[in-house]
Ligand binder design. Structure first.
Ligand code: HEM
Ligand SMILES: N[C@@H](CC(=O)c1ccccc1NC=O)C(=O)O
Length: 293
């Protein structure tokens, strides 16, 4: 296939304005010996990876939407893991930079639903039988993000049991302290009373909200000048959970408009399951403290 911008069959005609600009700018045009854009970005691998299974036109949208989401999730995990390390090492300015980026990525994924929502129920019905039992429920990067944000649940490890390398990755996130666990440990290091049950615990257990932890955050929020960076951390956690809630909401709404109340290919009730996930609260005391202020 000839790209119209690289069609040189017309070379004898007088050069266009853009051709003149490219020549005058001395842009490099020969990449036979040098690394090019596509080489650096491994575009051959990435752009080879869209393999529709159905004859449906819209399957390309479905694949690209999920692949781009997984790429953004890859970056989120990269940032989130480093941010948790920064909080653990008392490097708050570095953590803030990364957490702000994670929230912006999440916001971007919220807007990405607009593209997928252009797919109608009949369009998706043409693809769905080809998906078999695969489902976003089995996204290992998504599960690592949930675990890093503290939504721990051993059952979510099972879909990865057949792949030891992947299981290892998800298990590491499952066993590690979450972003919120590290935030509470930091409050304790700053001399704010946090119960030992929340600074040393079995990190694989689901987080339990506690009145004393709300009191710890209230100490920060009632004295922002004294604890400016912890106050900023609290607000960055709020931004992140806010964006995550929007993502979950757009997911369930998009699913309802596309498959209604059908069961999910992953085996759950579908919309009923996703609605239950809307009730998950990642950083509970960060929200409840607001009633006391
Ligand atoms: C037409 C589009 C979509 C439909 C109909 C759909 C449907 C569903 C359903 C029914 C579930 C529940 C699990 C199951 O039983 O299958 C689910 C879970 C999930 N989906 Fe989607 N989904 C869509 C698009 C997406 C996109 C674009 C992503 C982004 C990567 C995504 C990521 C996930 C994740 C991560 C879960 C697990 C959620 C959790 O466990 O809390 N889905 N989806
Ligand atoms: N759970 C979806 C299927 C689905 O959405 C899906 C299937 C394969 C790869 C990604 C998917 N997206 C999110 O769940 C359904 O029940 O139609």
């Amino acid at each position: 296939m000839t790209c119209p911008h690289h069609d040189t069959s017309n070379a004898s005609a007088s050069p266009s304005a853009t051709e003149n600009i490219v020549r005058e700018e001395k842009a490099q045009l020969d990449f036979s010996q040098d690394m090019s854009y596509g080489d650096y970005l491994q575009l051959d691998s990435i752009l080879e990876a869209q393999k529709p299974l159905s004859p449906a036109h819209d399957e390309m949208l479905f694949i690209v939407q999920h692949q781009t989401s997984e790429l953004w999730m890859k970056l989120m995990l990269h940032e989130l893991t480093a941010a948790v390390g920064n909080v653990a090492a008392d490097e708050l300015p570095s953590a803030f930079k990364k957490l702000a980026r994670v929230s912006k990525i999440m916001e971007q994924l919220v807007h990405a639903w607009d593209v997928l929502a252009t797919m109608t129920p009949p369009e998706y019905s043409a693809i769905r039988p080809y998906l078999s039992n695969s489902s976003g429920f089995q996204s290992f990067q998504y599960r690592c993000i949930e675990f890093s944000l503290g939504n721990k649940n051993a059952a979510m490890l099972k879909p990865h049991a057949h792949n030891p390398a992947r299981l290892g990755m998800v298990q590491a996130a499952y066993e590690a302290p979450s972003l919120y666990d590290e935030a509470l440990r930091l409050l304790a290091r700053r001399g704010i009373a946090v119960p030992a049950s929340h600074t040393e615990r079995d990190w694989t257990q689901a987080y339990q909200a506690k009145e004393a932890v709300e009191q710890a955050w209230l100490e920060v929020y009632r004295n922002p000048e004294k604890y400016w960076d912890l106050y900023q951390l609290g607000e960055e956690l709020t931004d992140l959970e806010d964006a995550f809630r929007l993502w979950r909401f757009r997911h369930v709404t998009t699913v309802e408009r596309v498959i209604g109340f059908k069961r999910g290919t992953g085996g759950t009730g579908g919309v009923s399951y996703l609605r239950k996930m809307l009730d998950v609260v990642l950083f509970p005391e960060i929200w409840t403290l607001r009633t006391q202020l």
